[in-house]
Design a binder for this molecule. Structure first.
Ligand SMILES: NC(=O)c1ccc[n+]([C@@H]2O[C@H](COP(=O)([O-])OP(=O)(O)OC[C@H]3O[C@@H](n4cnc5c(N)ncnc54)[C@H](O)[C@@H]3O)[C@@H](O)[C@H]2O)c1
Length: 370
């Protein structure tokens, strides 16, 4: 069943700034790069109060204190959960540490927003979902592209039955040269994979959402590593990545088959020899099709093939805004019990796709997705 789309632009209004209602006391587990985007988003959302931060690195805790005046700082999330008793946690650690702090938080009675990908594999996702159900807490996944105005415009077109039956979707998350030069993004053991799990995940999450979240049943994929594991003096936006510890793919190409017969092709790369970076999906149905960027619907009208461009989809689509929207959706769900747009179940469906891609690439043949 397809989810209903939701209208956009509810944040940062004068009405919200006057907010006098309940607040969610939230702790950050993992205070690295993305945590700063979260903190800025929190500053726009009066329903959230940041009460603690957890990181194993002293400099990141210092940053939390000096830059954002966070007073309760910990190196161990278990201790923080016990002493601070937050009502919610945001888990933004390396992928290998998504499941454990999420489950501990849920068992301690906190709601969780866990960053993408939801975990390292579907088995971990299932344990996280079980913990949320058992403790009756909300578990959201950091899929902010579901809140992008382009995605919402295409959701409205889908709900208006403009595409008919969807047959094919092509997802592209291709960087010409963009290997992260911070964190552990090049280490398979800690991240589970490279560009497919790190950036492909986003284009897949929004395309799968617009498709109506069909059930994946099979994957056929290949991955290649040819550049990230070598020293390079090519001028690029993130030079000097750690090539010595680089064990993930540079390029992944996969095809996913869904229960309803539709197909998704996925292309993801940190270092593809393409003209320029691509961040897009296109969709083909029996009545119409679309592309995400710029948003456009391809269909027939009164005997004419037309390409329809919306005149307006929303005032903002920047990263900060998308984080505000995904935080607001989670906080609303925690405080008022509204349904999440990116619940743990959505994270599991996407994880099965990612896992299928890597399993197929390792096996050298198509694999079933259970
Ligand atoms: N949604 C998005 O657009 C988006 C963007 C960037 C990153 N992310 C995700 O957020 C997560 C973190 O990414 P990042 O860019 O902030 O990486 P990062 O490496 O900058 O930050 C990770 C932080 O986790 C800390 N950490 C490691 N072990 C820990 C532990 N045991 N307890 C507490 N903290 C620990 C590290 O010290 C580091 O400060 C990743 O899963 C990534 O995929 C999502």
């Amino acid at each position: 069943m397809a989810e209903k789309s939701v209208s956009t632009e509810s944040l940062g209004t004068a009405e919200q700034r006057k907010y006098k209602g309940r607040k969610l006391r939230v702790a950050l587990i993992g205070c690295g790069g993305i945590s700063e985007v979260y903190i800025r988003a929190m500053q726009a959302l009066p329903q959230i109060e940041l009460v603690a931060g957890v990181d194993v690195k002293a400099d990141r805790l210092k940053m939390m204190e000096e830059k954002f005046a966070v007073k309760r700082l910990y190196r161990d999330w278990k201790r923080m959960l016990k002493e601070v008793k937050p009502q919610g946690t945001i888990v933004a650690t390396p992928n290998i540490l998504h499941a454990e702090p999420t489950i501990d938080s849920l068992n301690a009675g906190a709601h969780v927003l866990v960053e993408k990908p939801m975990a390292m594999n579907p088995a971990q996702c299932r344990r996280m979902i079980d913990a949320a159900r058992k403790n009756r807490r909300k578990l959201a996944v950091g899929f902010q592209y579901r809140f992008h105005p382009n995605t919402e415009a295409l959701l409205r077109a889908r709900d208006d039955k403009r595409f008919g039956n969807i047959q094919f979707v092509k997802c592209q998350a291709l960087r010409r040269r963009g290997i992260p030069n911070w964190g552990v993004f090049g280490q398979k053991r800690l991240q589970g994979g490279g560009p497919m799990i790190d950036i492909g995940v986003h284009v897949i999450e929004m395309a799968h959402y617009v498709m109506g979240s069909p059930k994946p049943v099979a994957a056929a994929a290949n991955i290649w590593t040819y550049l990230g594991n070598k020293k390079s003096d090519v001028v690029c936006m993130w030079p000097n990545w750690d090539y010595k510890t680089y064990t993930v793919e540079d390029l992944a190409i996969g095809q996913i088959r869904f229960e309803d017969g539709s197909i998704m092709q996925i292309e993801a790369s940190f270092a593809a020899h393409v003209k320029e970076d691509v961040w897009n999906f296109t969709l083909v149905g029996d009545k119409g099709g679309c592309q995400w960027d710029p948003p456009m619907v391809f269909t027939d009208r009164a005997g004419t093939m037309v390409n329809e461009s919306p005149a307006y989809v929303g005032a903002r689509s920047d990263f900060a805004y998308l984080f505000e929207r995904k935080l607001a959706d989670w906080v609303e769900a925690c405080l008022r019990g509204t349904p999440l747009r990116a619940p743990g179940e959505a994270g599991l469906a996407i994880q099965k796709i990612l896992d299928g891609v890597y399993r197929s690439a390792a096996a050298g043949k198509e694999v079933a997705i259970g």
